[in-house]
Write a protein that binds this ligand. Structure first.
Ligand SMILES: Cc1cc2nc3c(=O)[nH]c(=O)nc-3n(C[C@H](O)[C@H](O)[C@H](O)COP(=O)(O)O)c2cc1C
Length: 183
C-alpha cells in the first residue's frame, strides 16, 4: 500500500493532545545508538549529534535521519548534499553532549579524519558515507533520506546507548547476567 497523501498536518479528531514533553519521555523508552552527522563546508567541518537514524533499504542502501527544523547545522550539511555518519562508542558521552551544544567549536579536542563525504571521528565504531537523495517534511522535523556510498566498522568496540534521556553502553545479555552454575 502506498500512502499518497501527506496527513502530517491534519489534527485528528477525538484524540487527546499529546504534549511534546510527554512524547519525548515515552519515546525515550526506545533505546537508540547515537551518531554524529558531519559535513565539510567552506568554513570547515560542521556536525551534530543525532539518534533518529535508521536503515531504510538494503538495495539500494538507504538510511534516514530526522533533523529538527530549528537546527542551524543541518542546513549547512544539507547544502553540501553529502555527510559522514560516525556511530559513537561507549566512551563518547561527552562527545555526544558536545555535538548537541551550541556556541562551541564541536570538533575542538576531538580526533577526526576526512572520509569521502565528510569528517569522521577516529574512534567511532562505524562510519557511513552518505549522499542526500530526498527530504520529506514531517512536522517540526525533516526526514532526510541518504544513499550510503561507502561504509566501514571497527573490529571491536561497544556502542553508546541513549535511553530515557540517559547515556549507557551496550552490554551483551550473557555478560550482564551472573553466571548460573549447572543451569
Ligand atoms: C543523544 C542526542 C540525540 C539527538 N538526536 C537528534 C536528532 O535525531 N535530530 C536532531 O535534529 N537533533 C538531535 N539532537 C539535537 C542536536 O544534536 C542539537 O540540538 C543540534 O545540534 C543543535 O545545534 P544546531 O543548531 O547547531 O543544529 C540530539 C541530541 C542528543 C544529545
Amino acid at each position: 500500500m502506498t500512502l499518497r497523501r501527506d496527513r502530517t498536518s491534519i489534527t485528528p479528531m477525538g484524540s487527546r493532545r499529546i504534549e511534546p514533553t510527554e512524547f519525548r519521555n515515552v519515546l525515550g523508552h526506545l533505546p537508540t545508538g547515537v551518531v554524529v552527522l558531519a559535513g565539510t563546508t567552506t568554513r570547515g567541518p560542521v556536525g551534530m549529534a543525532a539518534n533518529s537514524i535508521t536503515s531504510v533499504s538494503l538495495d539500494p542502501p538507504l538510511i534516514a535521519v530526522c533533523a529538527a527544523r530549528t537546527s542551524s547545522t543541518w542546513p549547512l550539511i544539507q547544502r553540501e548534499q553529502r555527510f559522514c555518519v560516525s556511530v559513537l562508542a561507549s566512551h563518547h558521552e561527552q562527545v555526544s553532549r558536545k555535538f548537541a551544544r551550541s556556541g562551541t567549536d564541536r570538533f575542538a579536542g576531538v580526533r577526526w579524519h576526512h572520509r569521502a563525504t565528510g569528517p569522521a571521528l577516529d574512534d567511532a565504531i562505524a562510519w557511513l558515507d552518505c549522499e542526500l537523495v530526498a527530504e520529506h517534511d514531517a512536522g517540526d522535523h525533516t526526514i532526510a533520506v541518504a544513499r550510503v556510498v561507502d561504509l566501514a566498522s571497527a573490529q571491536d568496540g561497544r556502542a553508546l546507548v541513549f535511553f530515557r534521556g540517559q547515556y549507557g553502553r551496550f552490554v551483551p545479555a550473557d555478560l550482564d547476567q551472573p553466571r548460573r552454575e549447572n543451569a
